[in-house]
Design a protein around this ligand. Structure first.
Ligand code: BEZ
Ligand code: FE
Length: 309
């Protein structure tokens, strides 16, 4: 069939009716968004001459993705989660906010309610014989003032790239903790060096990426939410320098400002002082959070999360 069979104003009118724009009831914002998305979809079908087979293949794909609960994976994989971050960055810039630690995507693997402790924590349960990682730093305001009582909510994958809760072999809340900063705004934790996440083999996400000639790997990383009363919530990650996928993240999460130096400690005296018997890694990373500002887009996002059992 040739392309461009239907006039644009016919498509717009169809979308308006389908979205209920001619009805007084319903949710006006939803109707506005639905009309626009339907218009754009029908225009794309017409311009690209999407065949019936292609269309129904897409619907079957999405149906299966929904059944397998994969939209949280597909969204970052097709850059949309990063795009939302870029919009938030620009909204903040226009509201006059600057100087905070760069944000990056949350991803789909956060579980609320991790154990909380003051100043420091050990994240791993000792069952994974990975490289020991110590990470520490300070939470500060843009003015440089340390923030006591901030919450550093941290989560990361194990040496196989898997996350507790989603990986039934790991204990509940393994590699997930909330740390309240001490009186000078400091946090510190001991854990193991994570490996990068890979999309589940055979998943709908992997199938889509392969069809686009892409892979489904992320570089090793550690996630954070940093919150403190009166400050904007920071959602971010650090990436582990040297990872093969550092600048080739399928989820577009890497930012240059979020690649701290990884110090490898091999000195016997330092190893002994750390209470260990093998070399370990150390990362120092400070977080800077911005004050709430009138007109800035919300930094707290209402998003469904998997729940701890
Ligand atoms: C992750 O943070 O591990 C992740 C992010 C996006 C998609 C899949 C995983
Ligand atoms: Fe992750």
């Amino acid at each position: 069939m040739p392309a461009n069979l239907i006039k644009k104003d016919v498509i717009t009118a169809l979308a308006a009716r389908a979205a209920g724009l001619d009805q007084p009831q319903g949710n006006p914002r939803l109707k506005q968004v639905a009309a626009r998305l339907l218009t754009d979809l029908m225009v794309a079908i017409d311009e690209l001459d999407v065949t019936m087979d292609e269309f129904w293949c897409g619907i079957a794909y999405l149906t299966q993705a929904g059944k397998q609960n994969e939209f949280g994976l597909i969204v970052p994989g097709v850059v949309l989660e990063h795009f939302l971050d870029l919009r938030l960055d620009e909204g903040e810039r226009r509201a006059g906010l600057a100087g905070g630690t760069a944000r990056t995507i949350e991803g789909p693997l956060y579980i609320a309610g991790a154990p909380i402790s003051k100043g420091e924590a050990r994240l791993d349960d000792g069952t994974d014989d990975g490289e020991v990682l110590f990470m520490e730093g300070q939470v500060r305001a843009v003015s440089g003032e340390p923030i006591a009582g901030a919450i550093v909510d941290v989560w990361h994958a194990n040496t196989m790239g898997n996350y507790s809760h989603f990986d039934p072999t790991q204990a509940s809340f393994n590699l997930r903790r909330r740390i309240e900063t001490d009186e000078v705004g400091r946090y510190r934790f001991r854990s193991i060096m994570p490996s990068g996440y890979a999309c589940p083999p055979g998943s709908q996400t992997e199938k889509l990426l392969q069809a686009m000639g892409r892979h489904g790997n992320r570089p090793a990383h550690v996630h954070f939410f940093v919150t403190a009363p009166g400050y904007r919530k920071l959602t971010t990650q650090i990436n582990i320098d040297g990872d093969k996928y550092l600048h080739d993240d399928f989820a577009f999460g890497t930012r240059d400002e979020l690649i701290p130096r990884v110090e490898r400690i091999t000195d016997a005296a330092e190893i002994h002082k750390a209470g260990l018997n093998k070399p370990f890694a150390r990362i120092q990373f400070d977080f800077t959070v911005t004050k709430e500002a009138a007109g800035a887009p919300a930094s707290i996002v209402a998003r469904e999360h998997a729940e701890a059992a």
